[in-house]
Design a protein. Structure first.
Lengths: 374, 326
């Protein structure tokens, strides 16, 4: 249609540019997280992730050894190098905690009571004091540190923070909660799509209605029920809960798909003497694979990403935390300021869904379309 | 027993149990209860076919009934009792709740969310769908904008914490403010009233992809003749979009809008992770969670209010579904 009169090339440019703009806008937050997760934790707070390829100015403090003071006329003088012969470049320096970067290298800082301090870019300093020097004087300086990227954040989280347990727990919750509802829903969907019985329309309407029931409603009564029958807060409880909550969408998606299967195949199979059970297992189920895959992806993403159900139906001890709970209740609370850890943890928790998303996007889109558009 | 082993066992028992149930219940129905032989096989076959749908439906219906239907009644019933659950107090929980400032804030904020998030997400989704429609790299662009759909609300909140951070060296917002000469960093999540919108941005960021995918399919479904006819009649691209395309996909726009609205009424994760409901950002789902485990009477009362808010959409959905089936 591009060649139809009225489509202007200027408009094409605008369209291209605005899409680029939107995509960049959409990606920036995630890229920020990804970059931050590889950065040194001190560097994260010292400069923005968008400056991460460049060297970072970080502030340091050093003590000048009072014992090396030499008398020189009216002054006691200490000379030396703040890097102690190591590599480094002083960017700014200062003699007080209040103004740690007040002076440029080479300048002389006049301090209180006639003291003075000079620091060169290579770290050489001269400190002068009219009185005898008793305590080690402080020198403050900022140094350009080359940008550092490492896997340290990931190592810290995975091996010393219980995130490995949370990761395994998430899988433990997710896989049964994805597989079990599929089978139950497939049989029900077949009955609702291809079997004639009284009340079918009513049941379909009920499934559609249950699609939007807020989960919040289910929390208190079901937890009480689980406690009463002895399941309590446990993995079994959360598998059952996820199965129940996932069923309406599963039945709805699968029924919509199965209804569209060609009637001839199913009827000729029945004429040839196949029972409903055989028709279902041998014909309908294999043909419905795309719909089954769609639902499986939905349910996987939903259970993996869920926080609410996990908070309510799993025990609240740290051995049973899934990743979302671990991040929301533990990392954000106790390590709220540790940005490196937070970024790494967040990225670990979103990595698996992203892989699933990018490899199976086709099925996901198909499922979305079957679920909401006719 | 470790949860992992337990999990594998559950898969085996669950799947095996399901297959076994369906197989044997059918077998028993056909061979034992109504065998297709004996004095009157045809009557038996018909009877078996009357029962069979319910065999297929039973596990699903039992779970649906227990996990979604029963809670509607159960929650309402529980909300009529006091905190300990031993004393009937009628609508006492509702009375206390409606008088509570926190609840009013939550209700008002939720109203803002319901107004703003679906509108913004649908609009942006439609915009992206239209812009990428004829683009050679449109699918890549769509896939990238769709990506946040895969991320958990908790993950998304963390991602945005890096944008909103109260530090010009971490948060993009404060870095921009710094760039334009602001002296002090600002904690945008503590700016009264507007902080709600900063939280909404996160959900819009996630949901735009959903709206885009569905609306983009709907745009593709528009008959080309209508667009071509309009262009030949001299319509400019904007007229084609607003006067020809949008009216034809209005039904889909409504579906997307309501779907996101329902979602907005359920999401507590974002508020919970970003502000914990402080600084006047409480919404109904997070307000409910603050009473969960503490006062079940109050918690269920809030949940029931959410249910009432959702009810019109539910009824509308059911009517749509019934109309389609005819």
């Amino acid at each position: 249609m591009d060649n139809i009169a009225g489509t202007k090339s200027a408009l094409g440019w605008v369209v291209n540019l605005s899409v680029v703009f939107l995509v960049v806008l959409w990606l920036i937050p995630t890229v920020g997280l990804l970059v931050s997760s590889f950065r040194d934790r001190d560097q994260i707070t010292a400069s923005g992730w968008w400056l991460s390829p460049f060297a970072v100015e970080q502030n340091y403090q050093a003590k000048i050894p009072a014992g090396e003071a030499v008398r020189d006329g009216d002054f006691f003088v200490i000379e030396g190098n703040i890097f102690n012969g190591g590599e480094g470049e002083v960017v700014r320096f200062g003699g007080t905690r209040a103004a740690p970067t007040a002076f440029a290298p080479g300048e002389t800082a006049d301090l209180r009571r006639d003291r003075s301090l000079t620091v060169e870019a290579n770290g050489d300093f001269i400190y002068k004091n009219p009185d005898e020097i008793k305590r080690d004087p402080n020198v403050y300086y900022s140094q350009a540190t080359p940008s550092r990227f490492s896997l340290d954040n990931y190592k810290t989280i995975l091996f010393s923070n219980g995130m490995d347990v949370a990761f395994i727990n998430t899988f433990t919750v997710t896989i049964p909660a994805t597989i079990i509802p599929i089978l139950i829903a497939a049989f029900a969907a077949y009955a609702l799509a291809w079997m004639d019985f009284k009340g079918r329309g009513l049941l379909i309407a009920m499934v559609v209605g249950l699609l939007v029931v807020p989960l919040q409603l289910a929390l208190v009564p079901l937890l009480q029920l689980h406690n009463k029958v002895g399941i309590g807060q446990s993995f079994l409880g959360i598998w059952l809960a996820h199965t129940g909550f996932g069923l309406p969408l599963a039945i709805y998606l699968l029924r919509n798909y199965m209804v569209g299967l060609p009637r001839d195949i199913i009827e000729s199979a029945k004429v040839d003497g196949a029972t409903d059970f055989q028709v279902f297992t041998k014909i309908v189920l294999p043909l419905s694979f795309p719909a089954l895959a769609s639902f499986a992806i939905f349910q996987f993403l939903w259970t993996w990403n869920d926080l609410l159900v996990a908070k309510v139906f799993l025990p609240s001890n740290s051995e049973s935390w899934v990743m979302t709970v671990k991040i929301a209740d533990d990392l954000l609370g106790s390590r709220g300021g540790d940005w490196g850890i937070l970024a790494g943890a967040a990225f670990i928790s979103i990595a698996v869904p992203l892989i699933v998303f990018f490899t199976m996007q086709r099925y996901l889109v198909r499922g979305l379309l079957a679920g909401s558009v006719k | 027993m470790s949860p992992m082993v337990q999990g594998m066992l559950t898969i085996v028992i669950g799947v095996g149990g399901c297959v076994g149930y369906f197989f044997f219940s059918n077998l028993i129905l056909d061979k034992v209860i109504f065998p297709a032989k004996g004095p009157n096989p045809s009557i038996n076959i018909n009877r078996a076919n009357l029962v069979r749908p319910w065999l297929f439906l039973f596990p699903a219906m039992a779970l649906l009934g227990l996990y979604l239907l029963y809670p509607v009644v159960g929650s309402f019933y529980r909300s009529l009792f006091n905190r300990a659950g031993d004393e009937f107090i009628g609508f006492g929980n509702y009375g206390v709740m409606f008088a509570d400032d926190g609840f009013q804030t939550a209700l008002f904020n939720n109203f803002l969310w319901v107004l703003f998030v679906p509108a913004a997400a649908t609009f942006l989704g439609l915009l992206v769908a239209q812009l990428t429609d004829r683009l050679s790299w449109g699918n890549i662009a769509k896939s990238l904008i769709f990506m946040p759909m895969a991320i958990s609300f908790v993950g998304a909140s963390l991602i945005w914490k890096f944008v909103y951070a109260n530090n010009a060296d971490i948060g993009l917002i404060n870095a921009l403010r710094d760039f334009f000469g602001a002296e002090e960093p600002l904690d945008v999540l503590q700016v009264a009233f507007w902080n709600n919108f900063f939280l909404m941005v996160i959900l819009i960021w996630i949901q735009t992809g959903f709206a885009m995918v569905i609306l983009s399919a709907a745009l593709r479904g528009i008959p080309e003749e209508t667009v071509e006819a309009a262009i030949i009649d001299g319509a400019n691209p904007f007229q084609v979009f607003f006067k020809i395309k949008v009216p034809q996909i209005m039904g889909t726009i409504v579906v997307v809008w309501t779907t996101i609205t329902i979602l907005v009424l359920k999401v507590f994760d974002i508020v919970y992770t970003m502000t914990g409901g402080n600084f006047g950002t409480e919404i109904l789902p997070s307000y409910m969670m603050s009473y969960m485990f503490r006062d079940d009477g109050r918690a269920t009362a809030v949940a029931f209010v959410i249910m009432i808010v959702v009810l019109p959409v539910m009824i509308w959905n059911i009517r749509q579904a019934r109309a389609e089936m005819r």
